[in-house]
Design a protein around this ligand. Structure first.
Ligand code: NIG
Ligand code: FE
Length: 425
């Protein structure tokens, strides 16, 4: 058996009992920890942990990491990304600086259709190589699980190509990968005058085939003014449900058009973005939560930062006891960054989440937002030993506080280093 013992950790953070699915909003300020502690890894999983005062002599002789002065945390789970894409879009970024909005750029043929053009022309192999490099950077930044969406193919053939790339990434890399079919991301030009035809293609052909080939875990739709209507999203969610694929949906990014209530009705796993929320939207989520049926509200603060749009109402959601999750939204149009550490700083600085709340939101709650809560998201015996060991830092709040700097020393995925710092040397 492969054994690895971490000793002298300043604290083990996010120590939770088995079986906890998510942390409800009003409890997110609590982040249970064990100070001056050890953690044992056996065959890639956490097998036990405790304070140094209770470390048995029999533990000696294992391979040891001395984490003196360092925190040990569950690795970041990123439950909303578009990491497979062909090319960056910094020309649109410059247009935005000059004053155009995201919607104006899209209306000129930029935006998602721009990315679809480049992706359709790119080979599967090239897409794979590019996405793999992005994921390797994200792992070095502490990400141990990621959800990746299609949505830049917008045809049967190219959406399947994207999902095959996601499948290859899952096989090639150690982090956990979940795949989401987002064919309803924008209306492709070929269907400009036939919205219904495109929805038929998604519902009657793509979803059944994706299900048959085991290419996706979830379905998504961009429910937004000028993109897809609530009714169209509902068709996607219904077809997904009929094939065992639950929904993780883009709603309320620019306008509130009823997507949240529809997502609740169809028992979506998560509702993502939420930059523009009415009282009715918040109350609908709170009511669903009281009935034990709320989708997980997933906020994407680096998208708000990049587009200069409002931040999702983290405090209002937490006040209603909802288990808020955080993700990057890594994509070339609205968030050209897959760095969860920046998300942590923004969630605290702009979203007024406490450091403990934000860390719960990007570990256990974000694992729940991609159905990985049994495997990841807390330091719990039996879960995967996918961990972050920080540099020597004065306190946990220092992580979001000293923004833009790199506070990670070592990252383990299933007990194996994907980044080795001083703690391992
Ligand atoms: O989550 N809002 C829709 N989809 C992406 C942006 C896609 C793009 O601009 O390429 C998002 O922000
Ligand atoms: Fe997105």
């Amino acid at each position: 058996m492969e054994r690895l013992l971490i000793i002298n950790a300043k604290a083990l953070v996010g120590v939770r009992p088995k079986g906890l699915r998510s942390v409800p909003g009003r409890s997110m300020g609590e982040l249970p920890h064990v100070a001056d502690a050890w953690l044992l890894i056996e065959d890639g999983r956490i097998s036990d942990l405790g304070p140094m005062s209770a470390l048995a002599d029999s533990m000696e002789g294992h391979r040891v990491i001395d984490a003196r002065g360092r925190y040990v945390l569950p690795g970041w789970c990123d439950p909303h990304t578009h990491t497979v894409h062909a090319a960056s879009r910094e020309e649109e970024f410059v247009h935005k600086i000059k004053g155009l909005t995201y919607q104006e750029i899209a209306a000129r043929g930029g935006g998602i259709l721009n990315s679809a053009n480049t992706l359709r022309r790119m080979s599967e192999d090239e897409l794979f190589v590019k996405a793999k490099a992005r994921l390797e950077r994200m792992m070095a930044q502490g990400t141990v699980a990621v959800e990746i969406k299609s949505g830049y193919g917008l045809s049967l053939e190219s959406e399947l190509k994207m999902l095959r790339v996601v499948k290859r990434l899952k096989e090639a890399l150690p982090l956990q990968v979940k795949a989401t079919l987002l064919a309803a991301h924008a209306l492709p030009l070929e269907f400009k005058d036939d919205r219904r035809g495109y929805l038929d293609l998604i519902v009657n052909e793509l979803i059944p085939q994706v299900h048959r080939d085991g290419l996706a875990d979830f379905v998504d739709a961009f429910c937004e003014t000028n993109y897809f209507t609530v009714e169209e999203m509902e068709r996607v969610l219904e077809a997904g449900a009929a094939h065992g694929l639950s929904g993780k949906v883009h709603v309320n990014q620019f306008t509130s058009i009823g997507g949240i209530e529809a997502a609740i009705k169809h028992q979506a796993l998560s509702v993502d973005h939420l930059e523009v929320m009415t009282e009715e939207d918040l109350d609908a989520l709170a009511l669903a939560h009281a009935n034990g049926q709320a989708p997980i509200p997933t906020l994407l603060p680096s998208c708000s930062f990049f587009l200069r749009i409002p931040y999702g109402p983290a405090r209002q959601l937490m006040d209603r006891d909802l288990p808020v999750a955080l993700a990057t939204d890594f994509n070339p149009g609205t968030t050209p960054s897959g760095n969860m550490n920046f998300v942590l700083s923004l969630a605290c600085i702009q979203g007024r989440m406490l450091p403990e709340e934000a860390i719960n939101a990007m570990t256990l709650n974000s694992a729940a937002a991609m159905d990985l809560t049994g495997e990841l998201g807390s330091l719990t015996p039996g879960k995967r030993a996918s961990l972050i060991i920080t540099k020597e830092i004065p306190s946990l709040a220092f992580l979001p506080y000293a923004f833009g700097d790199d506070h990670i020393d070592t990252v383990l995925i299933d007990g194996t280093p994907v980044r080795s710092g001083a703690a391992i040397a």
